[in-house]
Design a protein around this ligand. Structure first.
Ligand code: CAA
Length: 261
């Protein structure tokens, strides 16, 4: 497992069964340059392959989760340089992480930072969190999923304001509109995210993974094929030792012991 000395722009650690990745460019509010996105992707993939980690958390610091893609790095980009930039590929790799990821967000989650939080499976926000897609202020639109994930989360009317008028959402608004799971005082947001992740990490690992896959399928497909997908995953779980263990434990009134097999 990589430790924090391996990376320039992030810190990583394993806390119990929770793999934690912390963005660590505080001077630029954790702006996401391609090196940082590369490290985040690599660290999450390493945790995804590590059987000691059951659930992942990505966080920033109190002032900023991340204030977006690094504008200084993007300013001179051309369409062709964008095609060659691994930045976009990193987002596709993040989508393929099998273990659940909880974003612990405090302060600014803007542009690519908001998109990174929305690419996670759940968001725990501090009361000071601010979510927005202010790309319109620099003459572009979101390019890492913001128009799609924000619209699915909060609906068309509000997404339009956010994307084409640069409106920020407070943590409470984000909660009300279903963008985040919960809002807690700033001194508790990371602790709460790790607590949630630890709860998930203590559950049957294969079922957690397939549950994530099934819920995500709801965003990708029709109801009919989503239901068929769910059923196949459900049947597959009956080939696991954990299904036998979970049901035997229930019947015999004892706690289950999961093997992830
Ligand atoms: N890229 C590069 N540097 C950034 C940055 C970013 N996205 N956001 C902040 N910084 C830097 C600032 O330039 C500043 O650096 P210096 O101290 O060297 O001047 C430092 O971080 C602190 O920022 P501010 O002084 O601006 O702090 P503030 O409290 O006055 O304002 C803010 C905070 C409102 C978040 C403001 O920094 C801001 O508007 N940032 C840009 C937000 C943005 O437009 N994000 C979208 C980027 S595009 C994108 O993400 C595309 C995509 O979809 C992938």
């Amino acid at each position: 497992m990589s430790d924090e000395t391996t990376y320039q722009n992030i810190l990583t650690r394993l806390d119990g069964r929770v793999g934690i990745v912390q963005l660590n460019r505080p001077k630029v509010l954790n702006a996401l340059n391609k090196e940082t996105m590369g490290e985040v992707t690599e660290a999450l993939e390493l945790f995804d392959r590590n059987p000691d980690a059951g659930c992942l958390v990505i966080t920033g610091n109190e002032r900023a989760f991340a204030a977006g893609a690094d504008i200084t790095q993007m300013a001179e980009a051309t369409p062709v340089s964008m095609l060659d930039n691994p930045f976009i590929d990193y987002w596709d790799r993040l989508r393929r992480i099998g273990k659940p990821i909880v974003a612990a967000v405090s302060g600014y989650a803007l542009g690519g930072g908001c998109e990174l939080a929305m690419a996670c499976d759940m968001i725990v926000a501090s009361e000071t969190a601010r979510f927005g897609q202010p790309e319109i202020n620099i003459g572009v639109i979101p390019g890492a999923g913001g128009t799609q994930r924000m619209t699915r989360a909060v609906g068309k009317a509000l997404a339009m304001e956010i994307v084409i008028n640069g409106r920020f959402l407070t943590a409470e608004e984000a909660l009300r509109h279903g963008l985040v799971n919960r809002v807690v005082p700033v001194e508790l947001y990371l602790e709460e995210a790790v607590r949630l992740a630890a709860e998930i990490a203590a559950r049957a690992p294969v079922a957690v993974r397939l549950g994530k896959e099934a819920v995500n399928a709801a965003f990708e497909t029709t109801l009919q094929s989503g239901l068929a997908h769910e059923r196949r995953l459900f049947y597959m779980l009956f080939a696991t030792e954990d299904q036998k263990e979970g049901m035997d434990a229930f019947i015999n009134k004892r706690p289950p012991v999961w093997k992830g097999k």
